[in-house]
Design a protein around this ligand. Structure first.
Ligand code: GTP
Ligand code: MG
Length: 283
């Protein structure tokens, strides 16, 4: 049985966590019928963040599931002081779930990661270190030396290539990035100040790259894994929505026009596996 719409949280609150000089991180995880993946994700994310000395983080699930995932999330939020979840009943959409996560997040640094473990949680300490060194936006990339998109089938690789190429052709601002449709990224919260997000998006990072206010952007190499559990939600409808979103963004007819001027000039840096020494193995 699926519980009523709720905001789950553990009995211990964020503010009772030991104080730490580290930036507060909210990891937003959109989930649709991800079941046991959520448990494995919480365990791996907690292990890597706590292992790197970071206690000030929350894992915020925005869940639209129709199976028993909300029950698992309720259990996880009781077990871990780092877990919260919002179950949206009767609502769906990857992009709108992520944007809801931005609204509910408590952190000054926001990250997004899929709930199916295709993005390695081991990336998080390395990403956060780049933010602490001054990056505004960190994008793990499958397409720079050390990266790999081996978790995709050949046909999905073609779809992904076409999706990236169309976005690049349409928006000069995203051309310097090698993986602009990545589902995993991290940023300072003020990068998205003033953006009115399009509720119908699938790839929120494209919208952030086009409309966000940012200076240094850092790309880190990583290996995209195949899904072990659960099933893909990528569909023809999602691809169609992606294209329609790009067209709205391009024509300025979407809701996303920035409300404030941005004084920052984007700059782009690519890190190599060598630069990531000292962090847990990323594969
Ligand atoms: N809240 C919410 N999450 C969703 C929705 N659709 C997909 N997701 C989640 O978004 C993430 C990405 O979806 P996937 O199905 O893995 O899409 P993908 O990674 O492009 O496809 P695969 O490579 O085949 O797994 C997963 O964590 C899904 O559970 C939705 O409508 N609402
Ligand atoms: Mg996936």
């Amino acid at each position: 049985m699926i519980p009523a719409p709720s905001f789950g949280h553990s009995s211990r609150s964020w503010h009772e966590l030991p104080s730490s000089p580290r930036l507060m991180l909210t990891l937003i995880v959109p989930t649709y019928n991800e079941g046991k993946n959520t448990e494995a994700l919480v365990s791996a994310v907690s292990e890597f963040l706590l292992g790197s000395g970071n206690r000030t983080f929350e894992i915020l699930f925005i869940d639209d599931s129709t199976d028993d995932t909300p029950l698992l999330l309720e259990h996880l939020s009781k077990e871990s002081p780092h877990v919260r979840y919002l179950h949206r009943q009767g609502e769906r959409g990857l992009g709108s779930a992520i944007v809801r996560g931005f609204k509910e997040a408590r952190g000054s640094v926001l990250a997004v990661m899929d709930g199916d473990l295709q993005h390695p949680p081991a990336l998080l300490p390395a990403m956060l270190a780049q933010i602490e060194k001054g990056a505004d936006l960190v994008i793990p990339s499958r397409f720079i030396p050390g990266g790999n998109d081996g978790g995709l089938t050949p046909s999905r690789k073609i779809v992904s290539l076409v999706a990236r190429s169309i976005a690049r052709l349409m928006f000069s601002r995203i051309r310097p990035t090698s993986d602009p449709t990545s589902g995993v990224f991290m940023m300072r919260r003020d990068v998205i100040d003033g953006i009115r997000f399009d509720a119908g998006s699938w790839k929120v990072l494209v919208e952030i790259l086009v409309l966000g206010c940012y200076g240094p952007v850092v790309e880190l190499p990583y290996r995209f894994r195949a899904r072990d559990l659960g099933s893909s939600k990528m569909s023809f409808k999602a691809q169609w929505e992606y294209l329609r979103h790009l067209l709205r963004l391009r024509s300025g007819r979407g809701p996303g026009n920035r409300e404030r001027p941005c004084q920052k000039t984007p700059s782009f840096t690519r890190r190599t596996a060598n630069d990531l020494k000292g962090f847990p193995a990323l594969d």
